[in-house]
Design a protein around this ligand. Structure first.
Ligand SMILES: *Cc1c(COP(=O)(O)O)cnc(C)c1O
Length: 554
């Protein structure tokens, strides 16, 4: 199979056997292999890794009837040299990653209403979309570590200690991705008593020896600070190899590109009279750290016919403000959150400005993965000067570094050049959805079609509805739109019950609760209480890794 590698639209005629290399968005780190970027996560210069060239999926149309795992292999293998992971091994990693999903199609598409379709991404082990990426990432980690450790039987083994903080949503997906994996331990810190009961149970009932739940006396910010302190600590770094599984890991984005293609092909099968191969489709994506929707951008750049990617934010709306103003700022100077703004919705705001909403997995101040899109925008802008590719890349890295430095030191940057903003708007639209609108959407969709949305998915559906309305007014006809459903409603029972409690005949237990959640509260738990003190946590990490080694006999 030959696939031209496209560097921003210009085919340079390489083939798929050419080694795929990665560079940092801040320009100071390049030439890395896939394995290096997966194990490192964050680049040495503080940037995020992106492929040096986005491969084009030249024969994507011939993939239309493939099952999910075969499609995943075709897409993912374009980004990994077979010399790094032989095809048979990659196939095996992919097959094992998606065998844990309850739905045969892995990510099924359902028609919600008219031309709005829902891509259900919550059929993995923890009932949230992050499973799609983390099941794959866990197996990749294990594959690389086992390979590094060939011939080593004792303490000389390369052992990864993954440390992360969670407010509840991502912790369980990371734990399920890494449970039972060889040569990797996972420590997940959560604020004691401050995550929802279901989320707490999902995490602490995993009893594998390599899974360590730490309940911190404090809040989520304290947990994050402890993790940061550990990563910055020379002492633990001299004895343990710390790893992260947060959404900046390139492998997570890569795994997520697959379901954009898969959804497109599902739509072809489901709407044969109104949707043909080559027709453009829209996607609406409930967004926080911009990882999910960025995968859609990569799918588009690889050749999938995407009309627009609609960013759906909650009241933490930095992305929506960027698309409206060209300014990327932590503290809003535009919109309902701006000083003097009209909105009084009772939503609790943290000291740093993050609001606590009904869709907590999207409660962010800045979107870490947006940096990757910024690089491509800066690169495109630099390319218009007509210099060589090396110069363009250098320019892009410098531009991104300067933007991100302003974000850190001045709280924001922009407005960006008009051409940059226009280029962004060519592929993206944005919508901001309030908590009240989220509840209204859950309610109205339930009333109209009987489907129960989780609050994150509801943010996406509301954005999709607005997009369709606007398209109808402006273009006279709306295209099909696929709204990504990122969590099962049972994970966010509070918001769902709040929205539907007054609906006649609605019964959460019967309508929503999956059998896997029943009796979870009675299962055995394993969790250690720790003080809000990073040195105490460091001691617990050391001890528990040590005990784990004993279990494995080294
Ligand atoms: C993480 C998450 C999101 C946001 O995805 P990003 O990649 O951070 O934009 C949306 N919904 C749910 C349920 C999530 O867990």
């Amino acid at each position: 199979m030959s696939n031209g590698v496209v560097a921003n639209g210009a085919s340079v005629g390489q083939t798929h056997t050419t080694s795929q290399r990665y560079l940092s968005t801040r320009g100071e780190d390049s030439g890395l292999s896939f394995e290096e970027v997966v194990l490192k996560g964050l680049a040495t210069d503080g940037g995020l890794y992106i492929p040096e060239a986005i491969p084009s999926a030249d024969n994507w149309e011939s993939w239309k009837d493939l099952p999910f795992t075969d499609l995943a292999f075709n897409i993912i293998s374009l980004f990994i040299s077979p010399s790094e992971i032989p095809s048979e091994d990659l196939k095996d990693i992919i097959n094992r990653s998606y065998a844990t999903f309850r739905a045969e199609e892995v990510t099924p598409l359902v028609n919600l209403q008219g031309d709005i379709h829902l891509l259900e991404l919550f059929h993995g082990p923890t009932f949230a979309f992050k499973d799609v990426a983390l099941q794959f990432l866990g197996n990749l980690f294990e594959y690389f570590l086992v390979r590094k450790n060939k011939g080593r039987t004792g303490r000389d083994r390369y052992h990864l200690t993954v440390v992360g903080a969670t407010s509840g949503d991502t912790g369980s997906a990371a734990i399920y991705g890494l449970r039972g994996k060889k040569d990797v331990s996972v420590f997940m810190l959560h604020p004691k008593g401050r995550v929802s009961p279901v989320q707490e149970q999902q995490m602490t009932t995993v009893l594998d020896a390599n899974v360590h739940n730490l309940a911190v006396t404090g809040n989520f910010d304290n947990c994050q600070d402890i993790v940061k302190a550990l990563f910055a600590d020379p002492e633990i770094n001299s004895t343990h190899k710390l790893g992260a599984v947060n959404s900046i890991n390139w492998a997570r984005i890569l795994a997520q590109t697959v379901y954009y293609f898969h959804a497109y092909f599902s739509l072809l099968r489901q709407q044969p009279s109104t949707f043909k191969l080559g027709d453009k489709v829209r996607f609406a994506v409930p967004s926080g750290n911009f990882g999910d929707i960025l995968a859609g951008y990569f799918a588009f750049r690889m050749g999938l016919p995407v009309d627009k990617l609609v960013i759906a934010t909650n009241e933490n709306d930095i992305l929506d403000r960027f698309f409206k103003t060209g300014r990327y700022e932590k503290k809003p100077t535009y919109g309902p959150n701006a000083e003097g703004g009209l909105e009084q919705d009772g939503v609790k705001a943290h000291e740093d400005g993050v609001k606590e909403t009904l869709s907590p997995a999207m409660d962010i101040l800045v979107s870490s993965n947006f940096e990757r899109l910024l690089w491509f925008l800066a690169y495109q802008f630099a390319s218009s000067a007509g210099m060589d590719d090396e110069w363009n890349k250098k320019q892009a890295g410098q531009e991104v570094s300067s933007w991100l430095s302003d974000l850190k030191n001045k709280g924001g940057f922009g407005p960006v050049y008009k051409d940059v903003l226009e280029a962004a708007r060519k592929n993206f639209e944005s919508e901001r959805v309030s908590d009240q609108e989220t509840l209204d959407t859950i309610k109205s969709i339930y009333k109209e079609v009987g489907y129960v949305l989780d609050p994150h998915s509801a943010v996406g559906v509301e954005a999709a509805r607005r997009t369709q309305k606007r398209a109808l007014a402006e273009e006279g006809a709306a295209k099909h739109i696929i709204s990504l459903s990122t969590a099962h409603p049972a994970k966010f029972a509070g918001a769902v019950e709040l929205a539907l409690e007054e609906e006649p005949g609605f019964n959460f237990q019967e309508k929503v609760l999956p059998p896997e959640f029943i009796g979870l509260d009675k299962k055995e738990k394993r969790v250690s209480d720790v003080a809000n003190d990073w040195k105490a946590v460091r001691e617990v990490v050391r001890q528990q890794v040590e005990e784990e080694f004993k279990v494995f006999g080294y």
